[in-house]
Structures are given as C-alpha cells and as structure tokens.
Design a protein around this ligand. Structure first.
Ligand SMILES: [Zn+2]
Length: 230
C-alpha cells in the first residue's frame, strides 16, 4: 500500500524538494503550510500555493498568527527586529530563530495525519549535526519520530530524509527531480524579490554555487545570477 505523507511545506527550496522527493518515492502526498506571522509570509505562501497547484497536491495553510506573541524578539515575526544582512554568524543567526517552530509544525502535521489516515509527516531539516538550529538536528528529528510512534493510537512516523545533507546536496537532488527552483522562496527580508543579502539568501546562493547549478532566482537589482560571488 502506498504510504501517505503530510509534507511540512513552506514553498522554500528544501521543503519543495522534499515534496517532489516524497512524490518520486511513490508516497501519496499532501502539503501543510503555516502562516505564523513571518515577515516574508506573502511571498512564501504565494510560492507554496503555486508549487502545490502545479503538482495538483492538496495544500492547506493554517493561520497560526496568534502565536506571534509567544515567539519573543526575532526578525521573522517581530516587525521591530530587522532581518540581519550578511552571512550567518552566531549572533545574526540567533535573530532568525523562531523558538520551537518545527515542533509546532510537526505537531499540526501529526494531528492532520492522525485524523486523515496518513502514515507520516515529513520535514526538510538539513545540516546534520552542524546546523545551528536545534530543531533541525538529527537528535530532534529522532525524538519527534519517537513521539510520533506513541502520540496516536496508530503509530505514525516523522521523516527527515535530508537531515544529514548539506543545502548543496538538496539543490543537486532538486535538479535530478526537476524541481522548479526559481519558483521557490527563501528570503526572510519580506520584499517582492529575493534580497540576495540576508543570511538565508546567502545560504541559497552559496548552495547553488557549491552544487555547480546555475541560480535562476530573481534577486534584487545588481545581484542577478550571482554565481559564486557570495
Ligand atoms: Zn534575502
């Protein structure tokens, strides 16, 4: 029987590749996006809708903006905290942490899985032990999987197939799967095109360069197809 999987799906490079990856694996997939008041919500959710439509995948967007007051001062959900420019360093990375975001997203996904007969929830965490985000690390993914086995009368699963991968590995997988990478959204800055300068844009550009894949993302003026010039 085909596995039925809910994919936690932001419309970004990683989760879009994950959606394609699970479909290619033969899973019956549905996509879950969450509006948690993120600064880049308009572009991110538009990208997610476009990709889900293109695939003909059921896509739900849950409004969790009521959670903003619980996330403290961070640049994603607090309009008074600017998105830092430049490559990630520990202090600027800390400003982009939405506390415990992935557990919240997985919990919602598991509720949908439990209520709809799905077997698993997948999320696109990557970076292995090297990512500075605690809720993207292998130990977190393993703990959430263990919880999924016992959170419902029926054992569920949490899948994190990219957890030990680099972002360049994901770009390579995306190319192999035919993912429309230019239609995915990464930038945290909240503009109409990728700013090219925030930490996540720099990660995106560096991943294309490291993978040796042309970057067709539309960046703000002066940053078109920047290649390795990160
Ligand atoms: Zn950006």
């Amino acid at each position: 029987m085909r596995q039925s999987t809910i994919v936690v799906f932001s419309g970004g490079l990683d989760s879009t590749t994950l959606l394609y990856d699970r479909r290619a694996a033969g899973d019956e997939v549905r996509a879950l996006s969450v509006d948690y008041g993120q600064r880049h919500r308009t572009a991110e959710l538009a990208a997610a809708r476009g990709i889900a439509e293109r695939l003909g995948v059921e896509h739900r967007v849950l409004d969790l903006r009521g959670l903003v007051g619980f996330f403290g001062p961070n640049s994603l959900t607090d309009a008074t905290v600017a998105v830092p420019d430049g490559a990630y360093a520990p202090d600027t990375m800390a400003l982009t942490v939405v506390p415990n975001r992935n557990m919240i997203l997985l919990a919602v996904g598991l509720a949908w899985a439990a209520s709809s007969g799905a077997d698993a929830v997948a999320f696109g965490a990557h970076g292995g032990a090297y990512t500075p985000y605690p809720d993207c690390q292998p130990a977190f993914a393993a703990a959430m999987h263990a919880a999924a086995r016992v959170c419902d009368a029926r054992p569920l699963a949490v899948l994190a197939p990219f957890v030990a991968w680099s972002k360049a590995d994901i770009v390579r997988r995306a190319v192999a799967l035919g993912v429309p990478l230019a239609g995915t959204w990464s930038c945290y800055a909240g503009g109409a095109v990728h700013c090219g300068r925030c930490g996540t844009c720099r990660d995106r550009r560096a991943a294309f360069a490291a993978a040796g894949v042309p970057d067709t993302t539309a960046y703000a003026a002066g940053l078109q197809n920047p290649g390795a010039a990160v």
